[in-house]
Design a protein around this ligand. Sequence first.
Ligand code: COA
Length: 185
Amino acid sequence: MTDAPSTLQVVPDLPRLRVIEERDAPAVLDAFDDDAMRRQGTIRTLEEAQNWVSFMGGRGERLALALDLGGSMIGAVVVSSIDQENETGWFWYWMHREHRGRGWMSRAAVTLADYALTDMFLHRLELGHRANNPASGGVARAAGFVMEGVEREKFLVDGVRVDVHTYSRLVTDPWPETQRLPLDL
Ligand SMILES: CC(C)(COP(=O)(O)OP(=O)(O)OC[C@H]1O[C@@H](n2cnc3c(N)ncnc32)[C@H](O)[C@@H]1OP(=O)(O)O)[C@@H](O)C(=O)NCCC(=O)NCCS
């Protein structure tokens, strides 16, 4: 007797990177339902998520990638505010709360940073994170960024002034050994 064909979908054990698409809006809405995402903006409705997705999908001034696990978007890694004259870009990322702590964002960040500094011809990527968000600093260092300084008491969060740690990665910096993710562009 042979087994009946399985209808279970096999979820891969590693995300891949691809451009953000309109179908990602419900996943984005779910991801923003999280206190830790407050500094990323406010998305409370499907329409707001659709607007975010369609804005991020525009090419030119930014490249916004989804971390795709088995067809679902579980995070985003973005180079935005691209300044072609100075060959710089602003780098940022978020991961859905249920998928954090697996090293996937570090791998996604190094993959996009490499791409931005080669195929996109940028010279310098910049990022900043709140001092009380150590996971973001871990991602930055794993992606080859070097800490440049502290912007003291830059943000006012819930009545408390918070320092920001600033980082950059130059095309001439050593490439980190962090494993890369598959990139489908
Ligand atoms: C920041 C964020 C993307 C990190 O995602 P993640 O899935 O935890 O990232 P990784 O699993 O790749 O881990 C990154 C590093 O942070 C470390 N880390 C994770 N959580 C940590 C914590 N609470 N305290 C200290 N370090 C932590 C990990 O150990 C790892 O460091 P290592 O490479 O030295 O081991 C995620 O927490 C997030 O989306 N937060 C909300 C949005 C946000 O803050 N974005 C960044 C804005 S600047």
